[in-house]
Ligand binder design. Structure first.
Ligand code: PGA
Length: 248
């Protein structure tokens, strides 16, 4: 049995006040069957680490550099994240693919840096509305997933989490149906199985895109959906925890 993971992607939203409002209830929550992960913006990681230090809630960053530390103004190296007690790092989120023009090749380099520092990459994949309408969902998702699968060994890939986030579902209120999401998750697991059957059994595949307390249970009941990557709803502690409870 894979333990479910429910992750909050705060995106570029944070303040000291928000951190307290969100993390105090999360840190105090008891008796969840799933593991929680929160991903605040970089400057808030040390404060979040402090708040979460005696809990089992994992801390994640939203990105890391594709190179080790050095002369790269404005970048944040994976080694710095590891130094701060960060466990996971989101990579290749569709907003970064869209606004920062991140390619699969860059995401692979970033994942390499993260893995070398003992971080667990959460690699985001997913098709746009146009790609879905053109019947290209399968090809687009498999290309993004295979870029990672072919770049790393099974020993490295055990640490990788994939998050299927259809771009048309992110922040739109329009989630994929449980069946639509399951179909893509099954496809991803099959691609992993073609490389390593045991790895495919262990791999955590999260769904993201307009997950709310109301639709979480039906999504998480699907056999290949191992939790969620939650954007908007993770900025409300009550909603986020309700989603976590829906993970069983
Ligand atoms: P959303 O975002 O839950 O607001 O749709 C998900 C994400 O971008 O990770």
């Amino acid at each position: 049995m894979r333990q479910k993971l429910v992750a909050g992607n705060w995106k570029m939203n944070a303040s000291r006040e928000l951190l307290e409002r969100l993390l105090d209830p999360v840190a105090q929550e008891k008796g969840l069957a799933c593991r929680l992960l929160v991903c605040p913006p970089h400057p808030y990681l040390p404060l979040a680490a402090e708040k979460l230090k005696s809990t089992d809630v994992a801390l994640g960053a939203q990105d890391c550099a594709a190179t080790p530390e050095g002369a790269y103004t404005g970048e944040v190296a994976a080694s710095m994240l590891a130094d701060l007690g960060v466990e996971y790092v989101l990579l290749g989120h569709s907003e970064r693919r869209q606004y920062q023009k991140e390619t699969d090749a860059l995401v692979v380099e970033k994942a390499g840096q993260a893995l070398a520092q003992g971080l667990k990459p959460v690699v985001c994949v997913g098709e746009t509305l146009g790609e879905r309408e053109a019947g290209k969902t399968r090809d687009v998702v498999l290309e993004q997933v295979k870029a990672i699968l072919t770049a790393f060994s099974s020993e490295e890939l055990v640490k990788v989490v994939f998050a299927y986030e259809p771009v048309w579902a992110i922040g739109t209120g329009l989630s994929a149906s449980p069946e639509e999401a399951q179909e893509v998750h099954a496809l991803i697991r099959k691609a992993i199985a073609e490389q390593d059957g045991q790895l495919a059994e262990q791999a955590l595949l999260l769904y993201g895109g307009s997950v709310k307390a109301e639709n979480a249970a039906s999504l998480f009941s699907m056999p290949d959906i191992d939790g969620g990557l939650i954007g908007g709803a993770s900025l409300d502690a009550g909603q986020f925890l309700a989603i976590a409870h829906a993970a069983g």
